[in-house]
Design a protein around this ligand. Structure first.
Ligand SMILES: Cc1cc2nc3c(=O)[nH]c(=O)nc-3n(C[C@H](O)[C@H](O)[C@H](O)COP(=O)(O)OP(=O)(O)OC[C@H]3O[C@@H](n4cnc5c(N)ncnc54)[C@H](O)[C@@H]3O)c2cc1C
Length: 464
């Protein structure tokens, strides 16, 4: 029985983690990606590069007390107990090792923002890079893969079919845009092709509440993993789960970042009215914003928050696009952005009252700060970022069949796999996209290397 490589990775986003990890454990890897523009066009490159790593040495250095158990409890709370506990636990357990490995083995300048926590996280545990942009994160992954003699990258090339061999392993079919077609034999394949956000029909079928919103994700997220996995008898789950976002700049089409809200910003509709507790989460707020008259609104903040947001490359792009409007008072800002002045002024006064402890917020928001003129506002639209449902996997990222048994030779990670956000949009915690993308890929590589260790030694010492 001969194999061309040990592992085929379909998808050069988070999937590159598997390639780098497998290669350092002594395996030969072929990575294929269908998008010639994957470096700037896939979700990993578009992300804010936020990765949870509970219990990391970066947290210890910052004096942050955290643990995998605490993260799993946060996931259970945010999802109403409806997340896949086995996968959530595996990812919480590997998160710290992953961010440290990214720093030490991939060379990422990992840092831990500690000035605020994202909705649902009970500790600052979301690690990132300077500039907080996925394009830098992906560039480090690509560089590490290209440095490895054991990793080959084939782009553009689309994985179209996988057949399991009766004697073990898989045969993968890879097609190129010029009509080329190649069969590659491997011990295993990792489906890291993301979800189905770019397929409008699948989105309408599974996510009707957000189907009318702007799609802000990779154009090659066409649901290929669902189709390939199902043909091999895989089980799927959580197909109604997704990450939305309520703070995409309407004109810049870039993220304003929810940091603005967590530091005290307010979201109002076109009538100048708040319509909920913004701090519960940006994902579920997308559908809430979509349901307002006109389906859009304004994110209002002040000079202090503007300064804090400037750490984000995305916000710099929003600024550069001229999307931030400024005024010296609430009525003046209302006139500038075209909302009723009295409504906006009374909303900001009410939030200041909440911040001063004079009154309770009618929506239950407790984290509030008075906004101080000059004031800023960015027009925002709701967006679908990525889908969170997919192929059911176990703690090693092995794809499962409906009986719960692994489909031989098949792994899935990231948006190709069912995530850890339960159902709908509200279970999404910051990092629930990249942790399954990089973490499941990392776990898949380790599992494959261990299972291959019976025939050849692992390098360096071993694998999780
Ligand atoms: C603006 C934005 C900000 C975000 N911020 C964060 C954040 O801070 N933290 C977080 O956790 N999540 C975040 N997310 C979500 C996160 O980006 C995704 O969950 C994650 O990147 C998915 O990784 P992936 O590897 O599954 O997919 P991708 O990174 O999209 O990679 C999939 C790759 O597969 C390729 N492909 C598709 N089909 C095939 C095929 N058949 N054959 C070969 N190749 C194929 C695609 O071209 C693509 O390059 C954000 C998303 C967006 C849009």
């Amino acid at each position: 029985m001969t194999f061309d490589v040990d592992l085929v990775v379909a998808g050069a986003g988070g999937g590159l983690t598997a390639a780098i990890r497998a290669a350092e454990l002594g395996l030969d890897v072929l990575v294929v990606d269908s998008d010639p523009n994957f470096r700037r066009g896939n979700n990993t490159s578009m992300s804010t590069a936020m990765i949870p790593g509970p219990g990391s040495r970066f947290q210890s250095a910052a004096g942050v007390d955290d643990s995998a158990e605490r993260f799993v409890a946060d996931i259970a709370r945010k999802t109403g107990g409806r997340a896949d506990v086995r996968v959530a636990t595996a990812l919480a357990d590997v998160g710290a090792e992953l961010v440290e490995w990214l720093a030490d083995h991939v060379g990422m300048p990992i840092e831990l923002p500690t000035d605020f926590t994202y909705p649902g996280h009970s500790a600052p545990r979301v690690h990132s890079l300077p500039g907080r942009h996925g394009s830098a994160l992906l560039r480090h992954l690509i560089d590490a893969a290209e440095r490895s003699e054991r990793v080959d990258l084939m782009v553009p090339a689309r994985l179209t079919d996988v057949v399991t061999r009766p004697d073990g392993g898989v045969v993968t079919t890879v097609e190129t845009p010029d009509g080329g077609r190649e069969e590659v034999g491997a011990h295993a394949v990792l489906l890291a092709t993301n979800g189905y956000g770019a397929d409008a029909e699948l989105v309408a079928e599974h996510l009707p509440e957000i189907a009318g919103a702007h799609y802000h994700g990779g154009e090659h997220s066409r649901g290929d993993a669902l189709r390939i996995g199902r043909e091999l008898g895989a089980a799927t789950g959580f197909l109604d789960a997704y990450q939305g976002h309520a703070a995409l700049s309407a004109s810049a089409r870039t993220l304003v970042t929810w940091t603005a809200v967590m530091h005290g910003g307010a979201v109002v509709d076109l009538e100048g009215r708040r319509f909920g507790d913004e701090t519960t989460g940006y994902s579920e707020y997308a559908a809430a914003l979509a349901a307002r008259p006109g389906g859009r609104g304004w994110l209002v903040f002040d000079e202090r928050i503007d300064g804090l947001c400037r750490a984000f490359g995305d916000y710099q792009d929003v600024l550069a696009a001229g999307a931030v409007r400024t005024a010296n008072s609430a009525p003046e800002l209302a006139a500038t952005i075209g909302v009723p002045p009295q409504a906006l002024e009374s909303e900001l006064d009410a939030l200041a009252g909440v911040a001063a402890g004079e009154a309770a917020d009618r929506f239950g928001r407790t984290a509030a700060r008075a906004l101080v003129a000059p004031l800023h506002a960015v027009e925002i639209i709701p967006a679908l970022f990525h889908t969170q449902g997919g192929l059911l996997v176990d703690e090693h990222a092995r794809v499962l069949d409906p009986a719960g048994d692994p489909v031989p030779g098949l792994y899935a990670s990231g948006g190709a796999a069912a995530g850890i956000s339960g159902h709908g949009a509200a279970g999404y915690l910051a990092g629930n996209g990249l942790l399954p993308a990089l973490g499941l890929a990392y776990l898949a590589a380790g599992h494959l290397a261990r299972s291959r260790a019976t025939t050849r030694p692992l390098t360096p010492e071993g694998a999780r």
